[in-house]
Design a binder for this molecule. Structure first.
Ligand SMILES: Cc1cc2nc3c(=O)[nH]c(=O)nc-3n(C[C@H](O)[C@H](O)[C@H](O)COP(=O)(O)O)c2cc1C
Length: 369
């Protein structure tokens, strides 16, 4: 018997398995991956955080061309933004003026790894106006599900609900989960420290039950370190109604992450996935590499978003141009230690669905229930 929870009815899906919207310049969760997860009965979510409103619209239409099943859009909605210029060139000028040691760090990296400078070409930084334009497109396109990673979903929930959209909010602590519910989300994604990408400090064994207790009847979706059906079954035992998986899907055939990054993740152990503030200024779990090590050795304090981001995005653009994927920001979580080969999204979904059922049956058998 397929596993069904109330979350399936809320989202209009068959299996309570969600693809986490991941915003690595559009590479991590492209329309083909999102549509494949939705087609397999889960919920695909487009990670759109750094994308222009026009690109978000294009991707939404691309998903619709591939599936008529529900899907979502994930955006980052930082509750506060550090005072900064509202263009990339403006932030670069502020870096030169106020943070010369950080600029020297970036230049030293280019020299050390013999990379040609290749600054990002667009003039976009995440400002409040930019985020509002991203939200506007998502609402205009009547995307079935809106997910707010990081920050305050309150600026969207009212408008989204008025037009029948379901809203999700990510939280890394029980307090933040309660705030997400107050802000009006329909379900909370409880993200443990095991997770890839931006992450908090509490691990899922402690986090999920506390979030479940903190949010009353609001469904909870578990995220972080889940790479097979056992993780999904365990999350449900802790009180979750579904699972939100990122890292595992980075290795899917349909993900546009470079093959070298997928292979690096597949070869990695859980202990290779460490938290650093090198890449964005916020705590982010990624594959350890020479860049995160150089950052740790530098002793520099991370800059606020968007300064650290603009600095390191220019470095990453040089990395991309040179295809030095060993120096890339390969964000992923501890669950990657369990991933041993590349598969299609449909195969991943089948394995997750069957694995969850098997884990629940085995649990019942092992405990005489
Ligand atoms: C490469 C990468 C990029 C991510 N980008 C985002 C993002 O843009 N928005 C967001 O809400 N969460 C983002 N996350 C976090 C995921 O939504 C999710 O919580 C996490 O991947 C779950 O843990 P797991 O990676 O162990 O499955 C990202 C995670 C990764 C690995």
């Amino acid at each position: 018997m397929a596993i069904r929870t109330a979350l399936c009815d809320l989202l209009g899906i068959e299996h309570p398995i969600l693809l986490a919207g991941m915003g690595v310049w559009g590479m991590a969760t492209p329309p083909a991956l999102v549509a494949a997860v939705s087609e397999a009965g889960g919920l695909g979510v487009l990670g759109c955080s750094g994308l222009s409103p026009e690109e978000i619209r294009r991707r939404i239409k691309a998903v619709r061309a591939l599936t008529d099943k529900p899907f979502g859009v994930d955006l980052l909605l930082p509750a506060t933004l550090a005072p900064a210029a509202t263009t990339r060139s403006g932030v670069r000028a502020e870096l030169d003026e106020k943070f010369p040691e950080h600029v020297a760090f970036y230049r030293n990296l280019l020299t050390r790894f013999e990379l040609a400078e290749a600054p990002v070409q667009d003039d976009i930084v995440i400002s409040s106006e930019f985020i509002e334009a991203q939200i506007a497109v998502t609402l205009e396109e009547h995307v079935p599900v809106f997910a707010a990673g990081l920050g305050d979903p309150g600026r969207v929930t009212g408008r989204a609900k008025a037009q029948g959209m379901v809203t999700l909010g990510l939280a890394g602590s029980p307090r933040n989960a309660a705030r997400q519910v107050e802000a009006g989300v329909d379900a909370v994604v409880a993200q443990g420290t095991e997770a890839g990408g931006h992450t908090g400090r509490v691990a899922n064994f402690a986090l999920i039950p506390q979030v479940v207790d903190a949010v009353g009847t609001t469904p909870v979706i578990a995220a972080g370190g889940i790479s097979d059906g056992r993780g999904i079954a365990a999350s449900m035992a802790l009180g979750a109604s579904g699972a939100w998986l990122g890292s595992l899907f980075l290795t899917a055939d349909e993900s546009d992450m470079p093959g070298a990054c997928k292979d690096e993740l597949i070869a990695s152990r859980s202990t290779d996935m460490d938290v650093t503030r090198a890449w964005t200024g916020k705590t982010l779990r990624a594959r350890k590499n020479e860049v995160s090590a150089a950052w740790a050795e530098s002793g520099l304090d991370p800059l606020p978003t968007p300064h650290q981001r603009v600095l390191m995005e220019d470095f990453l653009e040089a990395v991309k141009s040179a295809k030095r994927w060993d120096l890339f920001m390969n964000a992923a979580g501890q669950g990657i230690g369990m991933v041993s080969k590349r598969k299609s999204a449909a195969e991943i979904m089948t394995d997750l669905i069957e694995g969850t059922e098997r884990a629940m049956d085995e649990l019942a058998a092992r405990t005489g229930r």
